[in-house]
Design a protein around this ligand. Structure first.
Ligand SMILES: [Zn+2]
Length: 352
């Protein structure tokens, strides 16, 4: 297993590539943003909005946002409604698990703060239970059914509401190292290259699941998709998870402070709405050799908010409860850094 020389992301992350200098594709993409003319991109964004603004007549929705209620959703809705003066309708997919207090507050807040209607999908619980178990046991992907709906439901709804301009946040494959190497505003290809690619129907049927249960998990027809023009906001404006969090907080977004100190996480503001959903991120460690803390420390390094050394310490402390090493500053003595139950760190050193 190799680690990126800049951000410490391992090469076991799906889709990531390393160059001759041992630097990952996500770091190289982030660096290449310096060469982007963001003023020109913003003008492109204005032209794109101008094309659709008011398209369904006075009072009609003219764009849509796929929202979770999270920090990025807040940022996207703020940008479209308050900066670009569009009239967005919001589409959300719930996961049927108990929500955190912050998650309940945030979904309500995004509607109240920006004055938006949310059309929410509560997936078929019977099918969710059957498919969660099957996909957990077979692929280690318990949340496939909900993940898939997060991709497909907004497309179906955008077709029904005649809002071709459907907003997604970031191009995950491009920003964090994946298969997408050429950047484009269009999110049309997302459904085929995302984390929840379609499964053959025979994989889904059986155990009580019938074709009637699955129509929303299918991609809309080619004819319907041809009418849509979905986009990634991260193409038009510089995307930064931490800055989005700051803007969201200024508009009433709640993080997990005072509610829950999550293990294996370097932040308390990403994917915070549901506890059970975190099984997905916990499974990254056995599958890919890194957990959610590495995703964030890698971003913090790219944003210039953390050094590589600080990140390694955090990763090791967050992704394990203790970390044994040879202390080079102490003649190679054996030492253990461990996490105290009060949240601090302890160090036990052997006498060299
Ligand atoms: Zn990297």
């Amino acid at each position: 297993m190799r680690y990126c020389k800049k951000c410490t992301m391992p090469d076991t992350r799906p889709g990531i590539t390393f160059d001759a200098e041992g630097v990952c594709s996500a770091c190289r993409h982030y660096e290449s943003r310096k060469n982007v003319d963001w003023d020109a991109r913003f003008k492109e964004f204005e032209a794109y909005c101008d094309k659709y603004r008011g398209m369904n007549g006075p009072g009609g929705y003219d764009c849509a946002v796929a929202v979770s209620g999270g920090k990025d959703s807040h940022f996207q809705v703020w940008m479209l409604k308050e900066v670009m003066h569009m009239n967005p309708i919001l589409f959300s997919v719930e996961d049927n698990f108990p929500m955190t207090q912050a998650g309940i507050h945030n979904l309500k807040n995004i509607s109240e703060e920006f004055g938006c209607t949310i059309i929410s999908c509560k997936p078929n619980i019977k099918v969710q239970k059957i498919l969660m178990r099957k996909f957990f046991e077979k692929y280690g992907k318990p949340t496939w059914y909900v993940d898939r709906l997060i991709y497909t439901f907004p497309l179906h709804m955008a077709a029904k509401f005649n809002t071709p301009m459907l907003c997604y946040g970031e191009n995950v494959s491009f920003e964090y190292g994946g298969n997408a190497d050429k950047e484009t505003y269009s999110a049309m290809g997302q459904i085929e290259n995302g984390v929840a690619v379609g499964m053959p129907m025979e994989e889904l049927l059986g155990d009580g699941v019938t074709e009637n249960d699955l129509s929303l998990t299918l991609a809309p027809s080619a004819e319907e998709r041809a009418k849509l023009d979905p986009f990634y906001m991260s193409y038009f404006v510089p995307w930064n998870s931490y800055k989005n969090y700051q803007i969201a907080k200024a508009h009433g977004f709640h993080d997990l402070t005072h509610e829950w100190d999550r293990t294996h996480h370097a932040e308390n503001f990403d994917q915070i709405d549901s506890r059970a959903y975190l099984v997905h991120s916990w499974l990254k460690y056995p599958k890919f050799g890194h957990a959610a803390a590495t995703d964030y420390t890698a971003r913090y390094i790219r944003y210039g908010m953390m050094t590589r050394e600080e990140a390694i310490l955090q990763m090791n402390l967050l992704e394990h409860t203790f970390f044994a090493f040879r202390d080079e500053d102490n003649d190679g003595a054996f030492a253990v850094v461990y996490k105290r139950t009060d949240g601090g760190y302890g160090l036990i050193e052997d006498v060299a």
